[in-house]
Design a protein around this ligand. Structure first.
Ligand SMILES: Nc1nc2c(ncn2[C@@H]2O[C@H](COP(=O)(O)OP(=O)(O)OP(=O)(O)O)[C@@H](O)[C@H]2O)c(=O)[nH]1
Ligand SMILES: [Mg+2]
Length: 413
């Protein structure tokens, strides 16, 4: 297999296509009108006459005019990298939100192509869309624009429910981790290893399109983890934009596990890390990222020099694991626990006063209050992060109350 087109072959097989033959062209930049140079076009024509194929896959992103000219010249359907990915997405979308996201991306992909059709139909270079002439393309173009608008409205309203859910999660003090990384890195396998779950894991690209959230096991605090769509090189911004709802889950998480397949060559690892970096940074700060080198049970991952990796990407930690064998999962759990220290539980008794009531309101506002009982004193139980402990203790002392840290020796103020 030629290394240069390996990824295209993987994408093709993920889309269910069988590759019959490969043609490699080496040139500085694509040919302006047909993407492929004239000589290669003749070579492909000959190949096609000997062994016709259903599709010609192009490892690149065609401009609408190149697409149009290439199909016209070769008389075979041409699919570029973006279209191929969109075809895979279409077969994988299985819930309302991902179906809408994929449809939006497909329509946005088609818009410039439609413009090209309109342009050439007007110049009389083309009989017109589906034989319906220039008018039919115009109508289809308008319908496409309207449909995109409708999809965007529906996606916005679905996103509202995500925003509400995130708000509720924060109120409950639940932390959220999201998995991010190149497609097929093992994100879903890692979710299963950390949660004991059984989400779909497959040796195919883009198995996961929609998000799934599960609770991390064996940690003394509710930490949720969300699986997300994988990344790929060379995807135009509109494809990433189409999956805005899903990608937003990554940016709003408290911590991101950036997962990398470390079983590949050093160059591939670097390329995939840099692609992920381009999508995630600078909207995500490196302190919120743990780089997880997965698949250390195969390939050179366990021997990778962390110093070299930190030259490619800044992050808060690098952990080597195998989601398959479980190796390193415990140290990843330790890292996660350190990142989210369990809340500190305390008991407070306060005398009755207006100032005490104000203090109780502030505890409520910060979601630190777990229970309250009005007796001879106001007796409360609560929990907070370590950073808030000192402030609460000082306020209780000012109010002439008593403060006791539960699970530790009592501290009377
Ligand atoms: N040897 C080995 N294989 C792994 C490991 N983790 C995942 N895999 C395999 O890698 C392939 C991809 O795993 P997934 O978990 O589906 O990857 P993903 O990142 O969720 O992929 P997409 O959802 O398609 O973006 C599957 O064949 C897994 O069995 C690992 O630690 N070691
Ligand atoms: Mg997956």
């Amino acid at each position: 297999m030629n290394e240069d087109v390996r990824e295209l072959e993987e994408l093709a097989s993920s889309a269910g296509y069988t590759v019959i033959y490969e043609v490699i062209q080496r040139r500085e930049r694509p040919e302006a009108t047909t993407f492929i140079g004239r000589g290669k076009i003749e070579e492909i024509k000959t190949l096609l006459s000997i062994r016709p194929v259903d599709l010609l896959l192009i490892d690149g992103v065609l401009k609408p005019s190149q697409h149009f000219n290439l199909e016209n010249t070769l008389k075979v359907e041409c699919i570029d990298r973006v279209r191929l990915v969109l075809n895979i997405f279409t077969t994988r979308a299985n819930d309302r939100e991902s179906k809408l996201q994929v449809e939006r991306a497909r329509l946005q992909y088609e818009i410039p192509l439609l413009k090209e059709w309109i342009h050439s139909a007007k110049k009389g270079e083309h009989p017109g869309f589906l034989g319906g002439g220039e008018y039919a393309v115009d109508v289809y173009y308008d319908l496409t624009k309207k449909r995109i608008k409708k999809i965007e409205d529906e996606l916005k309203s679905i996103n509202q429910s995500h925003v509400i859910r995130r708000g509720q999660r924060q109120k409950r003090g639940q932390a959220l981790i999201s998995l991010a990384g190149y497609t097929n890195a093992g994100k879903s396998a890692l979710l299963n290893a950390l949660t004991g779950g059984t989400v779909l894991v497959e040796n195919r690209m883009f198995s996961t399109l929609s998000t799934t959230t599960r609770k991390i096991k064996d940690i003394d605090r509710t930490i949720l983890i969300t699986d997300t769509i994988g990344f790929l090189d060379d995807l135009p911004p509109f494809v990433i934009e189409a999956f805005k709802n899903t990608i937003e889950e990554i940016f709003t998480a408290d911590l991101v596990l950036l997962t990398v397949d470390s079983s590949e060559s050093r160059e591939e690892i670097k390329r995939k890390i840099l692609t992920s970096k381009k999508i995630l940074y600078p909207d995500l700060s490196p302190e919120r990222v743990i780089l997880v080198l997965n698949k250390i049970d195969i390939g050179p991952g366990r021997h990778l020099d962390e110093k070299a990796i930190s030259e490619w990407i800044e992050c808060s930690a690098i952990v080597k694991v195998s989601a398959k064998t479980g190796e390193g999962i415990e140290s990843l759990m330790d890292r996660i626990s350190k990142y989210f220290p369990p809340p500190h539980h305390f008991e407070v008794d306060l005398p009755y006063s207006d100032k005490s009531e104000n203090f109780i309101s502030s505890l409520r506002a910060f979601e630190c209050l777990e229970s309250i009982r009005y007796g001879p004193t106001i007796h409360m139980q609560g929990a907070c992060e370590i950073k808030d402990l000192e402030r609460i203790k000082t306020q209780v002392a000012t109010l002439k109350g008593t403060f006791k840290l539960l699970g530790q020796s009592s501290i009377d103020e």
